[in-house]
Design a protein around this ligand. Structure first.
Ligand SMILES: [Fe+2]
Ligand SMILES: [Fe+2]
Length: 210
């Protein structure tokens, strides 16, 4: 059994791993590596980097949500599931970060802010109930899949390296959504999903540039 201090150190370690560039390590190869580099002009590079920065911050939020949820989960099975999903999300985080640097760009300066907010939301959901917490995962992944669809369309046509990353992320996120529902997560009603769409716009609008 871990003491409270051990748990706090683990949390801090995960936060630093997520927020410090080039520290996290992926388990799987970056899907971008199977695509060749293509010529992009300066405005295309800027646009692709803006989109990949949004996706990277989305993964920062995923790390924080899962960490918060794992902290307050009531059932061990739910906690294990949250921790396993967080490990898979690390791959996404690293892949997006690598692509950002390839595009001569960087992650968002707002990431610590989004990490803190998402951690609190995750911990709060976990405190209320595991089913709400799992429902929240499902709803979030649903939103992420919609974003990924839009971004795959919006990327410069020849930017197959970024697109390959988003494609694999989409496969994984849809799997995470289904797993959360299969484990008993609530399926949120449409009005709740609409609120989440509005909240996510705050993140996408700000991190495209900052
Ligand atoms: Fe992800
Ligand atoms: Fe996910």
């Amino acid at each position: 059994m871990l003491s409270k201090i051990d748990k706090a150190i683990l949390q801090l370690d995960r936060a630093l791993q997520t927020l410090t560039p080039k520290v996290a390590k992926a388990q799987r190869a970056n899907p971008a590596h199977s695509e060749t580099h293509s010529e992009l002009n300066s405005s295309e590079i800027k646009h692709a980097a803006g989109l990949m920065r949004i996706n990277h911050t989305g993964e920062v939020c995923a790390q924080a949500l899962y960490a918060g949820q794992a902290l307050t989960a009531k059932l061990d099975t739910v906690r294990d599931e949250m921790e396993h999903a967080a490990d898979e999300e690390i791959d996404h985080l690293v892949w997006c970060e690598e692509r950002l640097y390839e595009l001569s760009s960087r992650p968002s300066h707002l990431n610590p802010l989004f990490y803190s907010a998402s951690f609190m939301i995750g911990a709060g959901a976990g405190l209320i109930s595991d089913r709400l917490s799992l429902g929240f995962v499902a709803a979030t992944e649903d939103q992420v899949c919609l974003h990924l669809d839009k971004h795959m369309e919006a990327l410069p046509a020849q930017d197959q390296r970024s697109r390959a990353i988003l494609k694999q992320m989409h496969i994984d996120e849809a799997k995470h959504r289904q797993a959360a529902i299969d484990s008993g997560g609530y399926v949120f009603p449409a009005p709740v999903m609409n609120v989440m769409t509005h909240v996510s716009k705050v993140m996408t609008k700000s991190t495209y540039r900052i």
